[in-house]
Ligand binder design. Structure first.
Ligand SMILES: C[S@@+](CC[C@H](N)C(=O)[O-])C[C@H]1O[C@@H](n2cnc3c(N)ncnc32)[C@H](O)[C@@H]1O
Ligand SMILES: [Zn+2]
Length: 281
């Protein structure tokens, strides 16, 4: 575990700092958490009700993102990070998935270290390998995050659960939350033909309500681009998202086979920067 990240981690049981031990990390009270062979550490306090993305969803996400289809988003995040990273502090991504976007941000911030948090151990396994300055931890975004107060210069949340109180606690007072949400047009051309779930049209309002009182919007950028996809990319796009378990593999394959290549699809996201408000609860 990278010492630059480990010093900011906290025991999920008692909140004390964690230190390196052979094959594990451990707090002074003796709560110990094994380092997985694949390089991440599981800091869940007990069983979590959810599991996060399964192995197939994470593999699909790796394939899709690895093909560069979301490169404009990576570039936008890198720009936002450069403008808001302050002088020091971690870059913490919540629901980091494969660590793909965190890698883009760390490449733009050569003196920073990153922490990828995800409930899925399949995701943590991939994220642990995503960048040499990144550490991966299994944690539940709806619990207290296993990190110190005010340790983060940036919190990233890309299509992931948003726990406003915890984001506020872990951010430095001059830090920023970089939040990415899908716009209604996102992957819209695939929704009908493949039977994917719709983006909640009320999403933007629900997001701003959830952050109200703790964060103030500093900037908002609508980003849209056109994807030109092979059929296998379309399958990966369907398999990596919330609709992954809604359609049987053979049904999906038949629907995708009916599409004409290249399949032109809109990617449309909102990239928002929020500043923590002073005197937050
Ligand atoms: C739509 S994916 C986005 C992944 C990544 N941010 C990206 O854009 O590639 C949502 C991620 O949130 C994770 N997740 C779901 N519930 C979670 C929770 N309660 N705590 C932490 N992560 C969670 C999933 O495992 C998954 O990796
Ligand atoms: Zn402890």
């Amino acid at each position: 575990m990278l010492p630059e990240v480990l010093r900011h981690l906290r025991c999920p049981v008692c909140g004390a700092p964690l230190a390196a031990a052979p094959g594990a990390v451990r707090c002074p009270a003796g709560h110990a958490f094994d380092l997985a062979r694949q390089g991440y550490v599981n800091l869940l306090r007990g069983r979590s009700p959810g599991t996060g993305d399964d192995a197939a969803m994470v593999a699909a996400r790796e394939t899709f993102l690895g093909a560069g289809h979301f490169a404009p988003l990576g570039a936008a995040l890198a720009r936002a990070a450069e403008g808001h990273a302050g002088r020091d502090g971690l870059v913490v991504e919540v629901g980091a998935g494969t660590g793909h976007h965190l890698r883009s941000v760390l490449e733009a911030l050569p003196d920073r270290f990153g922490l990828a948090l995800d409930l899925s151990r399949h995701a943590a396994r991939r994220a642990a390998r995503a960048h040499p300055r990144l550490a991966a931890v299994v944690a539940d975004a709806w619990e207290r995050l296993p990190v110190a107060d005010a340790c983060a210069a940036l919190v990233l949340d890309v299509f992931a659960p948003r726990n406003a109180a915890e984001f506020r606690r872990v951010l430095a007072p001059d830090g920023a939350l970089l939040l990415v949400t899908p716009a209604p047009a996102h992957l819209a051309e695939l929704r009908g033909p493949l039977g994917l779930l719709e983006v909640d049209p009320d999403k933007a309002r629900r997001v701003s309500e959830a952050l109200e009182g703790r964060f103030a919007l500093a900037s908002s950028e609508s980003l849209a681009w056109t994807l030109s996809l092979a059929r296998e990319d379309v399958v990966a796009a369907a398999r990596m998202g919330p609709s992954a378990h809604h359609t049987a593999a053979d049904v999906l394959a038949a629907r995708v086979a009916a599409l004409e290549e290249p399949v032109r699809v809109t990617a449309a996201v909102q990239v928002q920067v929020y500043r923590p408000t002073p005197n937050a609860a």
